[in-house]
Design a protein around this ligand. Sequence first.
Ligand code: GLC
Length: 540
Amino acid sequence: MLDKTKRGWWKSAVFYQIYPKSFQDSDGDGLGDLKGILRRLDYLEKLGVDGIWLSPVYASPQVDNGYDISDYRSIWPPFGTMADMEELIAEAKKRGISIIMDLVLNHTSDQHFWFREALKGKDNPYHGYYIWRTGTPDAPPNDMTAVFGGSMWTYVPALGEYYFHQFAPEQPDLNWDDPRVRRELYDMIRFWVDKGVEGFRLDVIDSIAKEPDQKITSRGPHLHEYIRELSREAFREEGLVTVGEAWSADVAEAGRYSDPSGRELSMVFQFEHTFADCANGDKWAAVPLSLPTLKRCMERWQRGLAGQGWNSLFWDNHDLPRIVSRWGDEGAYRVESAKMLAIALHGMQGTPYIFQGEELGMTNIRLPIEEYEDLETRNRYAEELARGTPAEQALSAIYARSRDNARTVMQWSGEENAGFTTGKPWFALNPNYRQINAEAALADPDSVFYHYQALIALRKRYPVFRDGDFTLLYPDDERLFAYTRETEEEALLIACNFSRDPLPFALPEKFRGAKPLLGRDGEVLGPYEGRLYYQKRARP
Ligand code: GLC
């Protein structure tokens, strides 16, 4: 178990993300819940993770699956009670697992008390908690389009005003320029710290300091000032881990967020690498992966933050398609490619995050359009059709990129409903659950699960995972992703075949005699094979 009072403990940690609606149901209503998570803590302990990033479990109308919070201090009843939450925190802690709560600080639900009050009139004390501009029904203040489609402005006839929302109309943006809003949020965070929560994931944190009149959403002029204040006021304990979601972060910006001397955040989620298979930076415009682009991107981040800030490492989350389907092989090489992708990621410097089911090699789903739940997916499809895109083409982008790929229910067993619920699951089940499930994985010593378990354990055993310098090998090779990590005492060599073709592979001179810690040895890397070599080095 890691000593979590130690500064920077999270540099040796591995986190696991739970999307609660789809993880484990305990009461047969078809929705995952806190008691369900409690029941699976032993599974997570076995995997070896040090913390759970819990996607939002707060009271919410669920327009965006909990990323629209109507009360930050209570639990959405179908997920359970505050007592369940307290029990989860305590039981997880006993197993060395920290609970990392998801903080949505950029916006609330339109059902939040503050917004309902704000709607009552311009002189209501809560009016200023949100962002308003006077206008007429057909002339929004500007033409900014929301992330989930439509305008960023919604008109309230009774007030003669528009309110600002970067996401859905049901997710009004909070006005961070109002010090009362900031105070409320800090107090709320302290409420959770007092309950024993050991860290936070900060939803779209780069968007809090928006300047709608200048059409600035992310990286507004006051952003870092607000984050420093937040950190000072709310994240007082040395041991708290904080990870900000920052789609707009480049390496320099991520350095600013995560350089300990700046006293902002432990690390950020950046997304540059997730665009290595997108045309024109558009996530919906799927093109084949350019491995050299991905490698150069990783190299830039690895080298750019070394010794200054800290990287988060992830392939999957609740907003992204499944990595095996994306950059691996869903078919004959599913297991091999899932393992290879895990090595490629976990060998790097940073804190890895595993998304539920990734440790089983779960795959994407293809559904009839009416069965998609995600509002972004549904809006996107409607917009594409309105633009004249043929339905088939619109659907194929959704198969590749919909957030619902990640949100199918967790595959626990080959039984009815994958062991997720005794009722009717709230959302689709991937039909491959009969083959791909936790029960089968636990019974097979060569499973993807045990491979992740081994990677997590290695990270704890060898300091080179945390400290080693990163060097990219063969940058232009279109099939091989290889790199080294080196300290004076230890070295790692990671070699990953991102293709179906067998690749000749010879150990570089410096690594003669190195042994694979994971994977086979040999002169050929098989289809989608990944290896991790280790070498102890004599001190010079
Ligand atoms: C983040 C979340 C996403 C959510 C959005 C709005 O990007 O990860 O799921 O829809 O913020 O809160």
